[in-house]
Design a protein around this ligand. Sequence first.
Ligand code: AMP
Length: 196
Amino acid sequence: MLGLAELAQPLQLVFFGAPGAGKGTQAERFARHYRIPKISTGEMLRRASDERTELGALVSETIHRGELVDDELMIDLVRSRLEEPDVANGFVLDGFPRTVVQARALDALVPHALIIALDVSADNLLRRLSSRGRTDDSLDVIRERLKIYESNTRPVLDYYRSRSMIAVVNGNRSEDAVTDAIEASIVRCLEPRETS
Ligand code: AMP
């Protein structure tokens, strides 16, 4: 992977894709390599749902139904996380945005983020989710999450396609091959801005 010093700007990466596409795995790799924080909304929500508060109970119910947490709450959560000082050198976002409303809000917060969309076949998504063993990975909940991805989250792709800062990467490959492809996309997308 290329070194952070070779990049002329903080790396602001957004991993986008269906549940099971490998967003978390790849986000973790890039965050570790570039020593920048990984911001996973799913992890933040799972932590919140462990707390014995009214909000925690609500979030827990939503996750276990495979539904999406309210846009307003999600945007507030991400906005305040992005205000923390450790994101100054860049960050990797995993699991946000999941709706067009969230994508618009993110655009206002981080206008030059690079969106990495992981494209994975339905068969592979199902296979990966079924073998993961998370409590929201039972077959019924998986089906619901994939359905909601199609109706609410996939439209975000069209929103981003109208802008230049999106790279679609074939995620139907080994983790290493996907990492290499993402890295190549980062170089391709950021180069023109470095020399301008
Ligand atoms: P994940 O770990 O990214 O698969 O997220 C787990 C669950 O958290 C999702 O199925 C949603 O219920 C919830 N969640 C995570 N991120 C978001 C988001 N950006 N908007 C709404 N709900 C979310």
